[in-house]
Design a protein around this ligand. Structure first.
Ligand code: MIC
Length: 643
């Protein structure tokens, strides 16, 4: 049977299950990575599993998120992670080396392999023809322990690309167009595969901007074929030995189709406060801008920074704009420097920061109150920048730099001749901040400062639960609203009791205090609940506060898995009208829950006051059901080992 690229990748890694959309499959994992903000928890979880060393071909631990060291806490995490990496056979990418996704493309990604990363933007590596999936930390820990990864077989949506970019249009405009068409929930349960003649005009860096932001569609992953451009990229990295060709068979079919003519695109921009709130730049041109930031995990390629430097030759940023550059990796930084770009950027008035995620996760770079910040980042969820009522716009490097020059939102086509930059055949390789693990880890001691708080034991789901509804949310609530990031909260990622104080604080500051007053709580939500980040803390912090059930219209994939991994029961309304009828403070009773769970898909929740029955569907596979009954993944693994 002719296969597309996604099907080929899955079929050679298939351990169990059938490749029928919606059915659970298990796939072999070749590579894993963590980043620091999700990694501390992952290594604590790996430790709890009692496996001495990573069992996959390659594991990397990146430190790219929590870079500000305003006290001991982030520094403690860095030391903990470095010693864990040495102990468990993991390559360590030191703070300041850059964003996981970019470095993984440069130094480690291999076409045809699978990659599991504890970051929702892991699909960036799909640009190399990898099957790269973002998951919660426990799923990475389990893969490092040598177990396959379980996921519902996605549908494959084929997006045919034709034509070539006109001047000033680039990859960000493609993914913004896809988001405009399909919305932040349009990719749930799907792999987005790009094919067709237009693919040949996209370099790996361009492809990476597209696969990165596939996360914003809610997609399981996104993928490009591995072709001559992939080989060209790997040659530039001195890694051409790893290249294999991976292209769709001529008669390959897709479950869904879409088509984009690259010639017809115009500069696009995502307006506050959602990555799918996309309009043409020209429609909102002229609005004054106070901050422009270039870099991060989307638009992290050498070309992306080089084009900005080339546009700035002989120009400078508007005096009212804070023009900021976050190099995505030391290697990109060094190559741009070698080509003279850093001097141009300095002369244009740029504030050049260290390589890493920085403002993309709210680690610094918060914009001024009531002002517009334009960013090449992937996300603009409310408050994520660190400023209340923020106005963050997402756009291409071309639109960003043009707006920095003019001090207002600008269609870059106004700038005249397009300085399309030439990429080097061979990049300067920069591995200076990579540390490889010792062959013999017996002497390595894992160092734990006071910021590293041990994992707490989770109890199995009780048979009778009286749950108070603590919060009712709207549609598309992101994990940034469930458990915010930012400089005040991120340093607590290895301290669950402390970070729990911030659960839902963006929506309701009283949540944690109210949750502590009741034994068991629940949250009611709308569609696509938990979109965005893979942070497990968005499941674990509410769980720590007693939330045992989340009842919503529909879930985002990664967050649903994280809830299950921590023994929180995810339920969806059978009758959507029940959402309207439920209110905060209502108490719902679940009786014989364990028996109900085993008996079928429908769970009865009884309103303690009125006696009204609400039905929630759990849609758990047998594997997931065992996790819920055991109180989470670690409990289930420990129980299995004890047998
Ligand atoms: C994000 O873009 O939200 C992050 C920061 O990369 C997160 C990870 C995190 O919350 O630490 C992600 O997408 O998984």
């Amino acid at each position: 049977m002719p296969m597309n690229v996604a099907q080929k990748l899955i079929s050679v890694h298939l351990v169990s299950g059938k490749m029928i959309p919606g059915q659970e499959i298990a796939i072999r994992v070749d590579q894993t990575f963590t980043q620091d903000a999700t990694g501390t928890l992952t290594y604590l979880e790996f430790e709890a599993m009692g496996v001495p060393r990573t069992q996959v071909e390659l594991s990397v631990s990146y430190v790219d998120h929590n870079l500000l060291q305003t006290d001991f806490r982030n520094a403690d995490d860095h030391v903990f992670l470095q010693t864990c990496a040495a102990k468990y056979g993991v390559v360590f990418s030191r703070p300041g080396n850059g964003v996981s996704h970019q470095i993984h493309l440069e130094r480690f990604g291999i076409p045809g392999k699978t990659l599991l990363g504890s970051d929702s933007h892991t699909p960036t590596a799909g640009a190399l023809g990898m099957l790269a999936i973002g998951v919660g930390g426990q799923d990475v820990a389990v893969a490092m322990a040598g177990e396959p990864f379980n996921v519902a077989m996605p549908k494959v949506m084929g997006v045919k690309l034709t034509g070539k970019f006109p001047p000033w249009i680039s990859a960000k405009d493609v993914i913004l167009e896809v988001l405009r068409r399909h919305s932040v929930k349009g990719g749930v349960g799907k792999i987005i595969e790009y094919y067709g003649p237009g693919v040949a005009s996209l370099q790996v860096g361009d492809r990476a901007a597209i696969t990165n932001m596939g996360a914003e569609l809610g997609a399981t992953t996104s993928v490009f074929p591995s072709d001559a451009n992939t080989l060209r990229y790997l040659k530039a990295q001195g890694r051409e030995d790893g290249w294999v060709e991976l292209i769709a068979d001529p008669d390959a079919k897709y479950d869904e189709y879409d088509e984009i003519d690259l010639n017809s695109l115009e500069p696009l921009i995502a307006c506050p406060v959602s990555p799918d709130n996309v309009v043409p730049v020209r429609e909102i041109a002229g609005k004054p801008v106070r901050q422009v930031i270039i870099g991060s995990s989307a638009n992290s390629s050498l070309r992306d920074l080089l084009i900005v430097a080339r546009v700035m030759v002989g120009r400078s940023a508007h005096p009212q704009v804070s023009f900021e550059i976050n190099p995505s990796s030391q290697q990109v930084y060094e190559n741009v420097a070698q080509m003279g770009g850093v001097q141009t950027l300095i002369r244009s008035g740029a504030r050049i920061h260290q390589s890493g995620c920085l403002g993309c996760i709210g680690m610094g770079q918060a914009p001024a109150t009531g002002t517009i910040s334009m960013r090449t980042f992937p996300r603009n969820f409310p408050g994520r920048s660190g400023t209340d009522n923020d106005q963050v716009y997402l756009c291409s490097p071309e639109t960003a730099v043009a707006s920095a020059i003019n001090g207002c939102i600008t269609d870059p086509r106004e700038l005249g001749a397009y300085p399309d930059p030439e990429l080097p055949d061979r990049e300067i390789i920069n591995d200076h901040l990579l540390v490889y693990p010792p062959k013999d880890p017996s002497e390595v001691e894992i160092l734990r400062g006071p910021n590293i708080v041990p994992l707490e034991e989770l109890d199995p789901i009780p048979d009778t639960l009286t749950l108070e509804i603590l919060l009712k949310t709207d549609d598309n609530v992101s994990t940034d609203s469930i458990l915010p990031a930012g400089n005040a909260v991120l340093p607590l990622r290895s301290n669950i009791p402390a970070i729990s104080e911030f659960a839902f604080s963006r929506i309701d500051k009283t949540f944690a205090a109210r949750a502590r007053k009741v034994k068991y709580g629940m949250v009611v939500g709308g569609v696509n609940y938990g979109q965005g980040s893979s942070r497990e803390h968005a499941a674990l912090a509410p769980r720590h506060l007693g939330v045992r059930v989340v009842l919503v219209k529909s879930f985002a994939r990664i967050h649903r898995s994280n809830l299950i991994n921590f023994g929180v029961l995810p339920l969806s309304f059978v009758n959507p009208d029940d959402y309207t009828a439920l209110d905060v403070k209502t108490k719902l009773k679940l009786k014989n829950l364990r028996a109900q769970l085993k008996a079928g898909n429908e769970i009865k929740l009884e309103d303690s006051k009125t006696g009204k029955i609400i039905i929630g569907r759990h849609n758990l596979t047998d594997r997931e059901l065992n996790l819920i009954l055991a109180g989470g993944l670690i409990n289930e693994i420990k129980a299995r080992k004890a047998l």
